[in-house]
Write a protein of this length. Structure first.
Length: 494
């Protein structure tokens, strides 16, 4: 096959974990990224960092550099390159690959360094020890190019009620999925234990994973001092692990540049297709907690653009911040979680959950596997927010017949059904629980219950309770479908 010289290709991948003994030997995120890029350069067979015309960094949560790509470029000795940074969200690394593939294809850039890192383990250790970290920050007016647009994902009513964290919302998806599956609480916890035990065994075989000791299903589900309940029904081991210091990097370029740099074709892996999309912005307006239509449409479209189907894709990595995300992604894409391996890395709980940057680790791992399976195809699904923002990529070591293909099918998703939200005096009265979660204190006591409820007219309304007896009761048996009453301040009573 004669390749268009503008065809985008990944030629180098690198990952780097740093297990500092103390603050004295810790590394800042820019240093983690530097090491990941150097590993990617070595992987590509280069003597050092490439002469890149764009340095693109995934937004960092734990340390606000203001212009992280500038500090990375300086460490790598890359001068005069475009400096760009993504918006927030776990979809960002895959979205960045999609954007970079388009920019390479149209000649905007030729060689790009993509990187991301978090030193959140060190950041939290410094906070606990009341130590000010000596890491640099750029001036307020020193800003990189912003890639993508921020998406407001919290309805004002959600913010007023304090429903603003993934650890509060994903358990609601989980209870809705459990009810839809018709499992008891005990049956469903055992189901989750098996899923997450399998995930831990994938991490055990991944040299770049943060936690490599496999867990049994019982270890995953049993609540203990080291595995406390966070937000029912999720104990700690079912949550993303952000207590990591890790970075990852990709080197992307045109086929023409890869040949110019002398990079062996055995290193080349091609993005075949990509899509980006999002659900209705606010959870309050989603049609249901048990389906993710944007994943259905966006994932199907990415596969169609790559002229393949989910049954023909050999390698899969599903975003795995919480079990609900995996199940929603799998059912939307048509993947049987009991029959197929759905993670390449061990996911965010075990490989590591460096906030926005996990999918870059997934892509880097996927590239390595695809090099060994030349005719295979790989699918990466990346997710941000509350199963809100989605990015898909299809990859192969075999070049695409028609070049990289991309779509942003948001208009079709925006036209899908949504619910109105009733609040304040408008929400007072009877309703039915459709999804719920219970947040626990650090001492292990159920504290606050959150419930998404449906009124008879089909509108959604939020209910909350700080009654410890009700919060404890919600952790026993099935409450989806239970009739409740809501007051004007959203207080829920049974």
């Amino acid at each position: 096959m004669t390749l268009d010289p503008r065809t985008p290709v990944i030629v180098g991948v690198g990952q780097y974990n740093h297990r500092a003994d103390s603050l004295d030997d810790a590394l800042e995120p820019a240093a983690l990224m530097e090491r990941a890029v150097l590993n990617a350069s070595a992987d590509a067979g280069l003597d050092g960092p490439p002469t890149a015309d764009s340095v693109r960094v995934v937004s960092i949560i734990g340390w606000r550099y203001r212009n992280a790509p500038r500090f990375l470029a300086e460490r790598l000795g890359i001068d005069g390159a475009e400096l760009a940074q993504t918006t927030n969200g776990g979809n960002s690394p895959q979205s960045l690959v999609n954007r970079t593939a388009l920019d390479i294809g149209d000649g905007t850039i030729d060689v790009a360094v993509l990187a991301g890192a978090e030193a959140f383990r060190t950041f939290m250790r410094a906070r606990k020890e009341n130590v000010r970290l000596p890491w640099p920050k750029a001036d307020d007016d020193d800003q990189p190019i912003r890639l993508g647009a921020e998406l407001d994902m919290n309805h004002p009513v959600e913010r007023d009620l304090g429903i603003v964290m993934p650890i509060q919302v994903y358990p609601m998806f989980e209870t809705a999925l459990r009810a839809a599956a018709g499992r008891t609480v005990e049956e469903h916890q055992a189901h989750l234990g098996r899923l997450w035990s399998d995930l831990s065994h994938v991490a055990a075989g991944n040299p770049d994973a943060w936690i490599r000791d496999p867990k049994s299903p019982e270890e995953i589900t049993t609540v203990s001092s080291s595995n406390r309940m966070i937000g029912f029904p999720y104990p700690k081991l079912m949550n993303s692990n952000s207590d990591v210091d890790m970075g990852a990097a990709l080197i992307m370029c045109s086929v023409e540049a890869a040949r110019r740099m002398g990079i062996d074709e055995s290193k080349w892996v091609f993005p075949h297709a990509g899509t980006d999309c999002h659900e209705h912005n606010f959870v309050s307006n989603r049609d249901t907690f048990a389906r993710t239509p944007a994943i259905e449409l966006g994932g199907r479209r990415a596969l169609e653009l790559a002229d393949t189907s989910i049954d023909e894709v050999e390698l899969i990595d599903l975003y795995s911040c919480f079990p609900a995300a995996v199940q929603l992604g799998a059912q939307s894409l048509g993947i049987d979680l009991t029959e197929r391996q759905w993670s390449r890395t061990g996911g965010l709980p075990f490989c590591g959950g460096p906030w926005n940057n996990y999918p870059m680790h997934a892509i880097a791992t996927m590239v390595g596997e695809l090099r060994e399976q030349e005719d295979a195809r790989g699918l990466v699904w990346a997710n941000g927010g509350y199963a809100t923002k989605h990015s898909f990529g299809v990859y192969s070591a075999t070049p695409p017949a028609d070049g990289f293909r991309y779509q942003y099918p948001q208009d079709e998703i925006d036209a899908l059904p949504k619910r109105d939200l009733a609040s304040g005096a408008d929400a007072v009265g009877s309703a039915t629980i459709e999804a719920y979660s219970v947040m626990f204190s650090r001492s292990g006591s159920p504290e606050t219950a959150y419930a998404a409820c449906l009124r008879d007219d089909g509108r959604r309304a939020w209910g909350t309770s700080t009654d410890p007896q009700l919060a404890a009761a919600l952790c026993e048996g099935e409450w989806v479908g239970t009739a409740v009453r809501l007051d004007a301040d959203s207080t829920l009573t049974v």
